[in-house]
Design a protein. Structure first.
Lengths: 468, 280
């Protein structure tokens, strides 16, 4: 397709204040977007490195168009204004972890980053002059080339960023301070430039899928990248389905069930034991309530947010008696979900996808599958440096379970260390900001606007895959 | 070889058809026909034997359901903003043709994946497919590049060339070319000194780190395709767990009509009365 070059050429000339040769260098300002399917994490790298709490420079923007019950359509950051989440419908531009629908994504990006004037409130995520900004954008591994091409064309032709780097999301994590997390001695002094960790196995369990990426000196070992097509979305939907069958019909309440999942679900370290405890017939159910496995989740209503509380086995009977039982009106009117084995059998899918009949290995097996195609000499180094990022890492019990199972199936000679990133949701974004401070490395992985205009999108895609 | 399907949506700017890969006969995915006696089928069904096609379909449908954003199909149009088009866009350049094409494309991930699979089956695919070069050209390019890199590092020409197949860089090939990296972060050896350190029975034979050259070659590999990178079934061969379809406890008994599992007679009665649709 020789037209790629011709297409790229008709651009507005650079602003006259800008000397020509600067466009050959990357603009100094760097903006990092971790474009998650559920939430966009975005912010300027400079703000992050200067402040003490780098996360505060990061804005999280829901990556969705929402249609509320009263048929209003709400975009991105405006979602914070929505109070009635009943029957909210979602449209997400990111499918299976990749940006597929740019029509919707452009709306969200425009509204979040480009529209309006910079104000105090949006200064962290407002891009006034894209042509003087370098963009670091993350993508999920093993993206389809056509989607990568679309992304490049949109970034460079619709918004015209001055510099652009499309990186594999998991690889950015190696730029974080990994050594302190694993308790290793920090070898280089703080004055030295930020360098990537040597060997790191990144497990990224997000909204759309869970990936395992072995990263060697800042680059992914592509042959070892593995993906499990289960993520937070599937867990929420599974919980929704179970609850709808056993208790209330919640099939249209994705948002509420997501909150229930985040509040109540945990990963069991003794699955069959917990299952016995929550069985309705055995006497053990009583003990389970005492141990706090069975809980009541009070669904949100107009005045109150949903919350979780210990199970009260007599509540149902009391409610039947109505006002005679001495309960106040508020308790009588509330809707309660009783959650027993749902709490741990739902996130269990990540470890045994076979429970819904899926022909796929769980996360620990997937890690070994990933290592099996790498030289044996690397196994020890990767097993000793397993980093978990992504929202699912926050499910209680996830880390313990992963470490236990990995220890069981990994070779006995290897040390297995599994750590959760300090802030698993923002870890990738933070890694991007730290990469941005190392200008030399950033130059290696990014292209400038001029290069793009000269060579076109076909070249850009080869450049980002390391072929040019 | 390929079925050409008309894309029903006429609003797309892409050509009105897309490649649909032929679903070739695949013995691993075919479902064993119930040639055996019915009794044996029933007996074996719980032992992790092959699924019937109905079960496989039901599972596939279930997984697809879990992948949905909303239970119902809804269309949520992006709000039209003329003001933005006219005013805020003023500083920006005109929308280019490729941007317009991308924005109007209604293709889903599934469509793109099918295109890609068809391209791979036709010998293209990957990044090369986009260039119209054909995959072979690109591989040759990559190979040439790797060869050049290897030559620069003054290695014998006999080992140049990137092996393609996923198992190509197998253990034997690697081991023979391995140099020992001095600063290998191997397993912690020699942390505690004792007189048994040199005992041959207690020595640990940790494999050494691969050489820099091998690592460079591994890093230069192109990404796997979307389907290749999916996790394979676990090798452990544990039988699948079955749960009660009503309460989620172990599925100890199976409905003779629909083969769904329940945990006991309590749940079975409820199941029989309400949900036994015999859909397996």
């Amino acid at each position: 397709m020789g037209t790629a070059r011709a297409r790229a050429a008709p651009r507005a000339p650079a602003t006259p204040t800008q000397p020509v040769e600067t466009s050959q260098h990357l603009p100094d300002k760097t903006f990092v977007i971790d474009n998650g399917a559920y939430m966009i994490k975005a912010g300027y790298a400079s703000n992050a490195s200067s402040s003490d709490e780098p996360i505060s420079a990061c804005s999280s923007i829901p990556n969705a168009l929402v249609k509320t019950r009263d048929n209003k359509i709400v975009i991105g950051a405006q979602l914070a204004t929505v109070t009635d989440w009943n029957e909210a419908m979602f449209r997400r531009p990111v499918e299976k972890g990749y940006i597929v629908n740019w029509e919707a994504e452009r709306e969200i990006w425009d509204q979040s980053f480009f529209d309006g004037k910079p104000t105090v409130r949006n200064k962290n995520h407002h891009i006034g002059e894209p042509e003087n900004t370098t963009l670091i954008l993350t993508e999920a591994p093993n993206a389809l080339p056509i989607l990568q091409k679309h992304t490049d064309e949109m970034v460079m032709e619709e918004w015209g960023f001055g510099g652009y780097a499309r990186c594999l999301g998991p690889t950015l994590n190696v730029w974080n301070e990994i050594h302190s997390l694993f308790g290793d001695p920090i070898s280089n002094t703080s004055e030295a430039a930020i360098l990537p960790a040597d060997c790191l196995l990144v497990v990224d369990s997000g909204y759309s899928h869970t990936t395992v990426t072995p990263v060697y000196k800042g680059q992914a070992l592509q042959r070892g990248v593995r993906r499990l097509d289960l993520g937070g979305k599937h867990l929420t939907n599974y919980l929704k389905e179970i609850v709808s069958m056993r208790q209330y019909n919640m099939v249209d309440e994705t948002y509420i069930m997501n909150q229930v999942k985040e509040a109540a679900c945990y990963i069991s370290n003794d699955f069959s034991g917990d299952l016995e405890k929550t069985w309705k017939v055995g006497k053990k159910r009583q003990t389970a309530a005492e141990e706090g496995i069975v809980v009541d989740y009070v669904l949100p209503n107009a005045n109150k947010k949903g919350f979780m509380r210990p199970h009260d086995p007599l509540l149902q009977a009391k409610k039947k008696k109505g006002a005679l039982s001495g309960l106040d009106a508020e308790v009588l009117s509330e809707d309660v979900l009783v959650l027993g084995n749902e709490r741990f059998s739902v996130p269990e899918l990540l470890f045994t996808p076979g429970d819904i009949g899926m022909q796929s290995a769980g996360i620990p097996d997937m890690i070994l599958q990933s290592l099996s195609v790498l030289p044996t000499g690397l196994h020890a180094a990767f097993l000793a440096n397993v980093l978990v990022v992504g929202g699912n890492a926050l499910i209680p019990g996830f880390m313990e379970r992963l470490e236990t199972e990995l220890r069981q199936i990994a070779s006995a000679e290897c040390v297995v260390r599994v750590r959760r990133a300090k802030d698993p949701i923002y870890s990738t974004w933070l890694g991007g900001t730290r990469l941005a401070t190392n200008r030399e490395e950033l130059r290696k992985v990014s292209i400038t606007r001029q290069e793009y205009q000269e060579h076109g999108s076909g070249w850009a895609i080869r450049r980002f895959s390391g072929l040019v | 070889m390929f079925r050409v399907e008309l894309v029903s949506d006429t609003s797309t700017a892409t050509p009105g058809w897309s490649y649909a890969p032929t679903r070739a006969f695949n013995p691993s995915q075919t479902i064993t026909a119930p040639t055996l006696s019915r009794k044996r089928n029933i007996r074996d069904a719980g032992k992790g034997a092959d699924l019937t096609s109905r079960q496989a379909n039901a599972i596939a449908r279930h997984i697809a359901d879990l992948d949905r954003e909303n239970q119902r199909d809804v269309s949520i149009p992006a709000p039209v903003k003329q003001a933005r088009e006219a005013g805020a866009r003023g500083t920006r350049a005109k929308t280019t043709s490729s941007v317009r094409r991308i924005l109007t494309s209604q293709k889903t991930f599934r469509n793109h994946l099918d295109d890609e699979e068809a391209a791979i089956a036709a010998g293209g695919g990957g990044i090369g497919g986009l260039q119209g070069l054909g995959g072979l050209n690109l591989v040759a390019q990559a190979r040439g590049k790797a060869a050049a890199a290897a030559r620069r590092s003054s290695t014998p020409a006999s080992v140049v060339g990137v092996k393609r197949s996923s198992e190509a860089m197998g253990e034997t090939g690697m081991e023979s070319e391995m140099d020992v990296d001095s600063d290998a972060p191997g397993p912690q050896r020699g942390l505690i000194k004792s007189e048994y350190d040199n005992d041959p029975l207690l020595r640990s034979y940790a494999p050494s780190m691969p050489s820099e050259r091998i690592m460079q070659r591994l890093l230069a590999e192109p990404p796997l395709s979307y389907n290749e990178s999916r996790a394979k079934p676990a090798a452990s061969g544990k039988p699948g767990r079955r749960f009660c379809c009503m309460c989620g406890y172990w599925g100890k008994i199976r409905c003779k009509n629909c083969h769904l599992r329940t945990c006991g007679l309590d749940c079975y009665k409820v199941h029989e009365d309400s949900r036994c649709g015999a859909f397996f």
